[in-house]
Design a protein. Sequence first.
Lengths: 122, 110
Amino acid sequence: EVQLVESGGGLVQPGGSLRLSCVASGFTFTAHYIDWVRQAPGKGLEWIGRIANKANNYHADFAASVKGRITFSRDDSKNSVYLQLKSLKTEDTALYYCTREGHSEGPDLDHWGQGTLVTVSS
Amino acid sequence: QSVLTQPPSASATPGQRVTISCSGRNSNIGSNNVHWYQQVPGAAPKLLIHSNSQRPSGVPDRFSGSRSGTSASLAISGLRSEDEADYYCAVWDETLTVPVFGGGTKLTVL
């Protein structure tokens, strides 16, 4: 069974930083891109970025809303992806989902974690 | 303001057919595959339709998708109470060079 488990959320002060983790299981991790999608309370889905697999040189793409503040890393030996977000703003408050990108063209996010909640507040 | 436009809400009674639209541009829907997600209250989103009209394993054939020009649609036939959820379209945008989501449509089963 495919599973994605996020962790690392919590309360962070504005201007602070956070590191979220996503541990995957149940599939060939090295064959897939991993995308992150967030959802502010009561709002819609926002794609924030992705990291490719080794075959695609771990290339990363980012949404304009987080570009310059976000980095991704990936440890294939641990089936894990890490998201680091700095200079946090109150508008970064959201549930952050780790997702697996399928093999169809476009945002074919075929499996999702349950999310980890990040609250940015003083 | 989302790049993709969806109606904020839709409603229908059990057994009826409902259609949810997703309107975009040549740079997104006009040139790339559309994917649809269902988010039941309190749960993570789930891929419902990929590549415009393809259902992942386990998705009932009551759900169907289509794309024409710069618009896409999700249709649900034989509506059931458990279909009450938020529905989102998503597609790669060639101009922004990132994926984009529609604003979502809240479906109410009356």
